[in-house]
Write a protein that binds this ligand. Sequence first.
Ligand code: NAD
Ligand code: DAU
Length: 331
Amino acid sequence: MRVLVTGGAGFIGSNYVLQTLAEQSEAHVTVLDSLNYAANRASLDPVADRIEFVVGSTADAAVTEELVARADVVVNFAAESHNDNSLNDPTPFLQSNVIGTWNLLEAVRRHDVRLHHISTDEVFGDLALDDPARFTEETRYRPSSPYSATKASADHLVRAWARSFGIRATISNCSNNYGPRQHVEKFIPRQITNILDGVRPKLYGAGTNVRDWIHVEDHNSAVQAIIEKGTVGETYLIGAECEVDNLTIVRALLRVTGKPEDWFDFVSDRPGHDVRYAIDPSKITDELGWSPRYQDLEAGLEATVAWYSDHRDWWTSAKHATEEVYAQIGR
Ligand code: NAD
Ligand code: DAU
């Protein structure tokens, strides 16, 4: 199996490459990554001699054409992924998330290559805290931020290419991931590395926003199940039924690191901040028999703290640059 993994130097993509090579010794993996600020090539060091690594962008049609032509399956993780950045400058989000996906669609169409497109639950907008509803495959699209609007656009393109041109594509929309190798701009690694640096964690607004957390390895095992057993043309929602508010996460991290539970600061809120995400994973669990392996969030957080504590070299330079950006926007 020849697998083209776009965005394979990022958080979820690099974990996907490591998992794939651990489980399928015969897989031939090519990574296409533009190496933006969130990429870290060191994430792929353990498999550097087993993969082909191409530095380039999915927004470059010539590159995608050449690489897609010699793949059996494309897994599209490549994206600008951070909401706060999309509020500062949406331009790269349109390039990577929309134009990049369009290029891949045209290439898989020409070469009849199977595509799995990675998307997010944010395309559905948000839910109220007291709403008993969760997102399903039938929920209507209602994205709130420039980031989620570009991810929604990409999903629509994938569906249109599947229906109009018969490309062999699936889509997954996953909830918030945590685990090793996540860029320090994101909520959980930002607070872990703050604590490790002796800085108080920072909660946006009142800390009441709810996210539905899933370990990155569970996201990737679900992606693999869809590639192997999913029905072409279908969408699958991925989630581990773990809704937690941000304040509870910070308190858990403080507990795990032995700090007082009130050792954090509230900072100004994110404009347009989505209140709550929640995934109903019935379709993927019932139809594909997938289930998450990480069921104990506090244990997962403890292991993630240990990973960041043991891999300071992996994140130290990015931490400095990230906190400069946050300082400019007062968060
Ligand atoms: P990330 O920012 O850590 O990694 C993205 C990677 O893609 C980086 O290595 C970057 O260099 C690369 N990239 C960006 N634009 C590119 C382009 N045009 N061509 C080639 N490479 C490009 O992001 P992540 O958190 O690993 O997210 C991966 C995917 O999963 C994204 O599509 C994101 O929307 C989706 N997703 C993320 C989460 C989450 O919680 N992080 C949840 C659901 C879905
Ligand atoms: O739901 C899936 C999405 O999850 C993915 O599509 C995105 O790529 C990924 O970044 C993530 O989006 P969020 O905006 O939910 O993640 P983030 O880590 O930025 O923030 C999580 C929550 O924590 C959110 O309510 C904002 C809050 N937050 C974030 C930071 C960085 C804080 O309270 N303090 C912070 O310092």
